[in-house]
Design a protein around this ligand. Structure first.
Ligand code: NDP
Length: 244
C-alpha cells in the first residue's frame, strides 16, 4: 500500500504516536516524526521499516513559530505531504473545583491549539496539492465527558468540532479530515491510574481487554488510505465497544 508523500506524526517518540509511526512506515509511507526531543525521536526512528526515508523534527506543538518552522522544513525535505496525524497530547487531571487555570490552559494549548497549529500550517500545502489526509486523535472522553477531566474532555471535543469544520472547508480541494477516538489504551498516559479505575474500565469494555497501542493503527492507516477517499468529518471510535 505504499503511497507517495510523507505522513507527519506528532508525539511520535513514545506511546500511540510511536506505534503509529512504526505501523504507517511498515505500510510504506515515509514518516516525519515530530516531537519535543530530537534525541527521543531519533530513537523511535530506528524502529521504522526503511528508516532512511523518515526524518525527525523538533517542535513543541503548542508553539506557533516552532510548528511553522518544522512544516517548512518538512516541505523542503519531501516532494509532497500526504498526511498529518495530530497525536501529541497531555492530561492534567483534577476535579473542576480544584482545577487551576494553568492546568486548564496547558491542556487546551497542547491538545487543541497544537492540533490547530499543525493543521493551519499544513492545510495550504495540501490545498495546493489538491490532496491530503488529516487524522486527529481525539478520545472517547471528548464524546462522553469524564469526571476529573474537564480540560482534557473539552480539548478532545474541540478537536471533533474542528475536524468537522476543516472537513467542510477543505473537502472541495480533495483534502479529508477525520478523527480517531480511542478508548483506554495502555501507555504512559494511563499507567498512573489507580488499579480500581482500570478494573472499572475493563468491566465496561465488551471486548474484555484494555487497548494496546497497536489497536489504533488499522483505523489510522485506513483513514490515510485511498479506501477512505470519500470519508470526511467523521469520528471513528476505537475502544473495544466501551462507548456505543
Ligand atoms: P503519551 O503520554 O504516552 O505520549 C504523548 C506524546 O505526546 C509524547 O510523545 C509526548 O512527547 C507528546 N507531546 C506532549 N506534549 C507535547 C508538545 N507540547 N509538543 C510535542 N509533543 C508533545 O500519550 P498516549 O500515547 O497515550 O496518547 C497519544 C494521544 O492519544 C494523545 O492525544 C491522547 O490524548 C490520545 N488518547 C490516548 C488514550 C489512552 O488511553 N492512552 C485514550 C484516548 C486518546 P514527550 O515525550 O516530549 O512528552
Amino acid at each position: 500500500m505504499a503511497a507517495e508523500g510523507v505522513v507527519i506524526v506528532t508525539g511520535a517518540n513514545r506511546g500511540i504516536g510511536r506505534a503509529l509511526a512504526r505501523d504507517l512506515a511498515a505500510a510504506g509511507w515515509p514518516i516525519a516524526l515530530v516531537g519535543r526531543s530530537l534525541e527521543k525521536l531519533e530513537e523511535a526512528r530506528q524502529d521504522l521499516a526503511d528508516e532512511t526515508s523518515s526524518r525527525c523534527y523538533a517542535a513543541d506543538v503548542a508553539d506557533w513559530e516552532q510548528v511553522q518552522g518544522v512544516v517548512e522544513a518538512i516541505q523542503g525535505d519531501y516532494a509532497s505531504i500526504h498526511g498529518l496525524v495530530n497525536n501529541a497530547g497531555i492530561t492534567k487531571d483534577g476535579l473542576l473545583v480544584r482545577m487551576s487555570p494553568e492546568n486548564w490552559k496547558a491542556v487546551l494549548d497542547v491538545n487543541l491549539t497544537g492540533t490547530f497549529f499543525l493543521t493551519r500550517s499544513v492545510a495550504p500545502i495540501m490545498m495546493r496539492q489538491r490532496s491530503g489526509r488529516i487524522v486527529n486523535i481525539s478520545s472517547v472522553v471528548g464524546l462522553t465527558g469524564n469526571a476529573g477531566q474537564a480540560n482534557y474532555a473539552a480539548s478532545k471535543a474541540g478537536i471533533v468540532a474542528m475536524t468537522k469544520s476543516v472537513a467542510r472547508e477543505l473537502g472541495g480541494r480533495g483534502v479529508t479530515c477525520n478523527c480517531v477516538a480511542p478508548g483506554f489504551i495502555e501507555t504512559d498516559m494511563t499507567a498512573e491510574l489507580p488499579e480500581k479505575v482500570r478494573a472499572d474500565m475493563l468491566q465496561r469494555i465488551p471486548l474484555k481487554r484494555l487497548g494496546q497501542v497497536e489497536d489504533l493503527s488499522g483505523a489510522v492507516r485506513f483513514l490515510l488510505s485511498q479506501d477512505a477517499a470519500w470519508i470526511t468529518g467523521q469520528t471513528l471510535v476505537v475502544d473495544g465497544g466501551m462507548v456505543m
